[in-house]
Design a protein around this ligand. Structure first.
Ligand code: AMP
Ligand code: ZN
Length: 112
């Protein structure tokens, strides 16, 4: 289920443009609009929920498959020497978009 007010749902529906690097029936990976590293991708499930704690069995299986797919996607998109995955959860983490997303950061040596 998608949410009509969510920016990432709009990207999934194609209502807002994005630079897509990978897509299948359950996930989309696109470039972050304000990259914090040379390579900065966002991987999102094609269903709207905010937090890992809200994921049911189906969403958990999707997240597992997303994690399994990301090494190849990261490698193909310029992370030749490692990368960092970040999943901000809630206000204290600074989560700004309430649609679960996995940041993929790399393409250079990353500081903290
Ligand atoms: P977070 O702070 O973890 O919620 O991350 C949200 C990320 O979404 C930020 O890195 C933003 O730069 C990114 N972002 C927001 N709007 C867009 C957009 N329209 N296209 C691509 N990335 C976006
Ligand atoms: Zn959404």
């Amino acid at each position: 289920m998608l949410n009509e007010n969510c920016i990432f749902c709009k990207i999934i529906k194609g209502e807002i443009p994005s630079k897509k690097v990978f897509e299948n029936d359950e996930m989309l990976v696109f470039a972050d609009i304000e990259p914090k590293a040379k390579v900065h991708l966002l991987a999102v499930p094609k269903t709207h929920f905010k937090l890992l704690s809200e994921a049911g069995e189906k969403e958990r299986a999707t997240i597992a498959r997303m994690l399994a797919a990301l090494p190849e996607i990261a490698e193909k998109n310029g992370c030749k020497n490692g990368y960092r995955l970040v999943v901000n959860q809630g206000d204290d983490a600074g989560q700004t978009v309430p649609h679960l997303h996995i940041h993929v950061l790399g393409g250079e040596v990353l500081g903290w």
